[in-house]
Design a protein around this ligand. Structure first.
Ligand code: CA
Length: 333
């Protein structure tokens, strides 16, 4: 299934290359000479699938680690942590967890999400399960600090491929996104091709009730849920190559009103995975592109060699999100 998935992605990618070749040229021109710029946040390693939280006046930014060397597939074995107190200067803390820390997992350290509850830090993530329950699954690790050390909170997957049958894809249970209501109710949003949500028990490591399907147009993956003022926002990657779109609601349970595009195709990358946070009174859109150039110390970026970048996010007075302006400068103050 993974190979089929890859074949499809390759086909789509070829069409994308033809259709957007002029965009690529423009993108590469924009990115050339930006090695000293703030976007991406590091050119010392390839990073992808950002998931940020704000805790005690610090932003903790968790990412995947792209280690592809032969343009074959996503080669991801671990998750990384970066931190900042100003969104400009970032400290690298290295890997905080590897796939093998989940004994039941085989491979693929894909997109994750961090949430803090009662002083404990729960790290939900997509991994490929061993043969007894093949397909992508969601695991949860826990620690007493944002830095770890993290350990598997259950000793088993929180959610396995066999628990959802909406599509035949075995990667339909990826990209967890957690949201905790003010009353303490916690929900996990997740999915590829079919967006889904399930309530979590107060212990954060067990499902509480049935998995429900959401209605979001042209949904691909990468759900993220946040609240601003009285509105709930659900954003997601749409189409392939991906652009980021969103819907709004006055209730976490919907109904969701589709609002349109937040972010265009990200430079040189067919995926585009967002994390949205408010920090010290400003709003930020964290995503990945593949903008690292061939003359960097780690070589050129690409579809499997992505880089996390950050730009401002702004709201209109009516609560709508303004389309992101992706920059090579990034956040400068
Ligand atoms: Ca499934």
């Amino acid at each position: 299934m993974i190979l089929n998935h890859l074949d499809n992605r390759v086909k789509v990618h070829r069409e994308f290359m033809k259709k957007y070749i002029s965009s690529f040229l423009i993108t590469n021109l924009v990115f050339s000479g930006c090695l000293l710029a703030k976007n991406p946040i590091t050119d010392e390693m390839f990073t992808a699938d950002p998931a940020a939280i704000v805790y005690n006046d610090t932003v903790y930014l968790y990412t995947g680690h792209d280690e592809d060397t032969d343009n074959t597939f996503y080669n991801m074995k671990e998750w990384l942590l970066f931190s900042s107190t100003d969104m400009v200067n970032w400290n690298s803390h290295g890997p905080i967890l590897t796939v093998t820390d989940f004994e039941w997992a085989e491979k693929h350290a894909w997109a994750a999400h961090m949430v803090e509850r009662d002083g404990r830090f729960y790290f939900y993530t997509s991994v490929y399960h061993k043969k007894d329950k093949p397909g992508f699954a969601i695991g949860v690790a826990v620690a007493d600090t944002p830095y770890g050390p993290f350990k598997d909170a259950r000793g088993s997957a929180l959610l396995t491929n066999d628990m959802t049958t909406h599509t035949k894809n075995d990667w339909d249970d990826i990209d967890p996104a957690i949201f905790i209501e003010e009353n303490g109710d916690a929900y996990m949003f997740f999915g590829n091709l079919v967006p889904k949500v399930v309530k979590l028990k107060d212990n954060m490591i067990e499902l509480d009730g049935e998995i429900k399907v959401l209605d979001l147009p042209n949904f691909t993956e990468a759900l993220w849920v946040h609240k601003k003022g009285s509105y709930y926002y659900i954003s997601y990657a749409s189409g392939f190559p991906e652009t980021i779109h969103y819907a709004m609601s006055e209730s976490l349970t919907g109904s969701w009103k589709y609002m349109g595009l937040i972010n265009e195709l990200a430079g040189n990358s067919e995926t585009n995975h967002q994390s949205i946070i408010e920090f010290k009174g400003k709003d930020y859109f964290i995503y990945h592109n593949a903008g690292i150039q061939h003359d960097s110390t780690i070589g050129a970026g690409g579809r499997y060699r992505r880089s996390v970048a950050i730009d401002k996010l702004e709201y209109n007075k009516d609560g709508a999100i303004k389309p992101i302006v992706m920059t090579s400068e990034g956040i400068t103050k």
